[in-house]
Ligand binder design. Sequence first.
Ligand code: IVH
Length: 675
Amino acid sequence: MNQPHLPMDPEQRVTELRELINQAAHRYYALDSPTISDAEYDRLFAELRALEEQNPALVTPDSPTQRVGAPPLTSFTPHTHRERMLSLGNAFSEGDLRDFDARVRKGLDYPADEQVAYIAELKLDGLAVSLTYENGLLSIGSTRGDGTSGENITPNVRTIRAVPLRLKGNAPDFLEVRGEIILTHAEFERVNEQRSEKGEPTFANPRNAAAGSVRQLDSSITAQRRLDCFCYAVGAMTGGPRFATQHDLLKALEEWGFHVNPHYACLTGIDAVWQFIQEWEDKRETLEYDTDGVVVKVDSIAAQRTLGATSHDPRWAIAWKYPAQQVTTRVNDIIVNVGRTGALTPVAVLEPVVVGGVTVSRATLHNEDEVRNKDVRIGDTVVIQRAGEVIPEVVSVISDEGHAGRAEFRMPGKCPVCGADTERIPGEAVTRCIGISCPAQLKRRIEHFASRDAMDVDKLGEKIISRLVDTGTLKDPADIYYLTLEDLKNVERMAQRSAQNVLDAIEEARSRPLERLITGLGIPQVGATAARILAEASGGIDNLSKMTGEQLQTLHGIGPVVAASIAHFFSQDETKAVLDKLSRAGLRISVPDKTDTDNRFTGKTFVFTGALEAMTRPEAEAAVRRLGGQATGSVSKKTSYVVAGESAGSKLDKARELGVTVLTEAEFRELAGLS
Ligand code: IVH
């Protein structure tokens, strides 16, 4: 490892380092928006630890080295882990790794010629989670927090498909399982796309997106984020099987129904471990999710026990960290892209460089504040970072003499595509082009209308749309349905056969469900979920366009801001013209089956308690709402039914006390017509 540069006065440096680390940790853990790279953080931490080791008098109880993570946010209730969630020591060089092996061999009293049996597991880069099961049922999901106590995020964890609500096979009486919640690259991109369409700030990387999704007070948002969870360790356990090795433990986790990352290997001796690490350095690029290293563990549980742990890390495991895929390059230009809703995104045009095996020539700068905070200027040398296949980002500017003399970035006052004014609404991070006929917006809007989540016009891609907008053939999304073979053949290099294929795809896209049409219109603030609600409630686009803001607000899941946005959208002449054209285009829009909206639960209030088997609680609550009823969190005399799942607690007692009707899950399903 590079020896950190040690300044003259250790006391001063220690204070400085603690401040930097605390600040960075707060941004990272509490705000999910890191200011420095992980590698930089690790370096600062290592330097602080080294200084404290050399000067024990400088160690204070509140030094960041004295705790594992950061305090939980106040908005969730704290959950105390039965067994502490330890962190791991890091290895950054082959030397660090061999030192670890030497310590293990010494601790286990191994003779020079005997090799240690290790297990090497790819280290997933996400958010650590602890899952508690009581009598086989998931009772609590919690973040790590400071290792002793984390945040209770149970409703959110329950939305993750990879987390079993009930263990398969022989379940221990009590079990804490530890794992990592992650987001795949594809999901990360989808989530960010959606956010930028809504004018919300995008996540910097999949880990922040996973953390942000899990630390959501509204679990229905978490549910939309298709998170994954891979498990790798067990905390407290009573009444379960005894494991001889970590490998046995992984197999048991799999049998209980957890996802276990398949990329691990049982290896004899540290040489084999080193080989595994080198093998995965490039190979990890091909994975669908981010890995930042390899966790090396002594395989035998008995040996782990002999070795024990320090106050923060086990002595039997270490985390190998791959060097961050960071390189420096020059910013040749900062350009501004215009999205469907007119959002302007600054993008750094870079001197091409290779990062993690891929040549990169652009990096996103997210928004105006981001450029300002990092103070990126044209001509600067910057550190850029690539996490897996994700679009690279500018991490920081390397200060040089020329920087101060270069112009500060300013968001253009005119749209770079159509020349209309741009505006930034106070309190929002986004700047928008307000031009109603901006071709950039029009292209994105038509692309969105034709996209897979909307009207799904297969074969009508970005390039064709761009050409057809440029030639004035497409002036709004409805024009798609009026395209002729001639129009398409006029598009550069399009053969008769391809043109016909596009026409066939358009023909097929005349029949689509109403909710897709609503999604496709690109109403600001309306995504797929809101579109479904609107489709069910309105029964047709005509009805929807006539609904007032007040009427829309009464729909469950539509708040005042979204309601106002919808009403405003339909009040515009441009919208009316598009709807008119669409209605003449011979679309066959199917309307959702109304049988569910016969409101059999109107006036009824439901409270769910305990674990459900066949569905998650949000699903059950959604079913109640769909049928006109209400789902609430606490039992009162006004409650119509309490649905009690397994291990139902105090709410069930309260229901009995108040004489409220108690239903089993099966009875509820029958009542709701779900079984
Ligand atoms: S074992 C005492 N195994 O990395 C055992 N951790 O840098 C502690 N992580 O806090 C954890 N993959 O959040 C373990 N296969 C794996 C892991 C893993 C990712 C995370 C975990 C841990 C952090 C330490």
